[in-house]
Design a protein around this ligand. Structure first.
Ligand code: PLP
Length: 423
């Protein structure tokens, strides 16, 4: 029954019994962390062989003869470019293989736009700057923008990507310089942009000539099921409208091999690749080629990546199921929560009753379960409805996860009952 439809006395009684249950759980002294989207240690075990692949036995020469132990090749070794090219269905000439973090690439790209611009002079000399931010979204994107003083404008996420009517209006303002987005299995909602959304993004006519979209394809091969979501090729779509320079795509092996010790890549138009290389030449003599070689040798090709990702999915599916089953059993039909059932990626997004997310997360924390802070999925940490909670089910073992989610379900209900009884 919906909490809203319960007689006040019944709700009061329910609230009291839930509080008792909460106190009992609290007394157990739990210490569980579900705050960040990290792979579990069993997932990390899957990639151990990567570490063996450039030993003296196998040699450290790339396919073009480059000795990966030495300086050289600013844009990465050919076999690693080929690997990313196949994974993302792009031309290897439009790829630069970088270091251990795509977030670092994104930060550098924005920094470069600030100081040198993206075609129409340095952004920092252009007065007020704004970015479109599909919400809920990835907190680290917002942190970069906040660091550079770029004002963030919330763009609602619909079922098939950002609200394009809203976005098309917003970009008529020439101070709107770009957008961060996660087009496949978005963080945190696990949504994938539809073909029509991708087409409209390619066809958009922003007032700013130097408008750039950071196409953060962090979860490009991270399917939980054999039939994954299909993200249309944004560069092919842009080619139809002559807007290829608009897209700066990034990806990494962080959630394929080792977060923080993987390989990342930037994918962009000929013009953008040339400009980025010019800056990178100043910035570094080259990235870690031994790690590129290890990854290329171990993963081999798209087939190798897919087989590897299936092993990840086998570990992750029961974790996603544990969360979704608990939500279905404890929260469904009560009028106090909505959630998504993603087919890939790393997160489940839970919307609780307006004004209850902070309280639910606080209750969890006080009973020993740390979640992503409420508000983190919005610019400036401000969720205007205080309702979104990002669930990161990947890191804890299934048993711990079940305990944590049971507590979360209880806290969501307590927070909702508290609010309704106050009204
Ligand atoms: N982009 C998204 C959407 C993420 O969720 C994450 C990590 O959680 C990253 C980027 C970080 O990627 P990297 O490890 O390549 O810096």
């Amino acid at each position: 029954m919906r909490f809203q439809d319960m007689a006040r006395d019944d709700l009061r009684r329910r609230f009291a019994s839930m509080k008792d249950e909460y106190e009992q759980i609290k007394a157990r002294g739990l210490k569980l962390d579900m705050s960040r989207g990290k792979p579990g240690s069993d997932q990390l075990e899957l990639s151990l062989e990567i570490l063996d692949d450039v030993s003296s036995k196998s040699g450290a020469k790339a396919s073009d003869g480059t000795d990966c132990r030495n300086y050289g090749l600013l844009d990465g070794i050919p076999e690693c470019k080929a690997l990313f090219a196949e994974m993302l269905d792009v031309n290897p000439d439009n790829i630069i293989i970088c270091g251990n973090s795509s977030l670092n690439i994104m930060y550098d790209f924005i920094a470069q736009c600030m100081t040198h611009g993206s075609g129409a002079g340095p952004w920092m000399r252009q007065g007020k700057l704004k970015f479109a931010c599909p919400v809920p979204g990835y907190d680290r994107h917002f942190t970069i923008l906040e660091y550079f003083g770029i004002e963030m404008v919330n763009v609602p996420m619909l079922a098939d990507g950002p609200d394009m009517d809203f976005l098309e209006e917003l970009v008529k303002d020439s101070s709107v310089k770009g957008m961060f987005c996660v087009p496949k299995y978005s963080n945190p909602e696990g949504k994938t942009f539809s073909a029509e959304t991708v087409r409209r993004i390619a066809a958009m006519k922003p007032a700013a000539d130097d408008f750039r979209i950071i196409w953060d394809n962090a979860y490009c091969v991270h399917d939980l099921y054999d039939e994954g979501d299909i993200l249309p090729d944004v560069f092919k779509e842009c080619a139809k409208y002559g807007s290829e320079d608009r897209i700066i795509e990034v990806a990494s092996t962080s959630k394929i091999s080792f977060p923080g010790s993987g390989v990342s890549a930037i994918i962009a138009s000929d013009n953008n690749i040339a400009a980025i290389k010019k800056r990178m030449f100043v910035q570094t003599i080259g990235h870690d080629k031994l790690n590129m070689l290890r990854h290329a040798r171990y993963l081999k090709d798209l087939k190798g990546i897919k087989e590897h990702m299936k092993r990840h999915a086998d570990i992750l599916r029961p974790k996603f199921a544990a969360v979704l089953d608990a939500f279905e059993k404890e929260l469904a039909g009560k009028g106090i929560a909505e959630w998504n059932s993603p087919r890939g990626g790393y997160f489940i997004s839970l919307d609780v009753l307006d004004g209850c997310a902070k309280r639910a997360v606080e209750l969890c924390k006080n009973a020993g379960v740390v979640l992503t802070p409420a508000g983190a999925t919005y610019p400036y940490g401000r969720d205007p409805h205080d309702k979104n909670i990002r669930i990161a089910p990947t890191f804890p073992p299934v048993g711990e996860l079940k305990t944590a989610v049971a507590l979360l379900c209880l806290c969501v209900q307590i927070a909702a009952a508290e609010k309704l009884l106050e009204e």
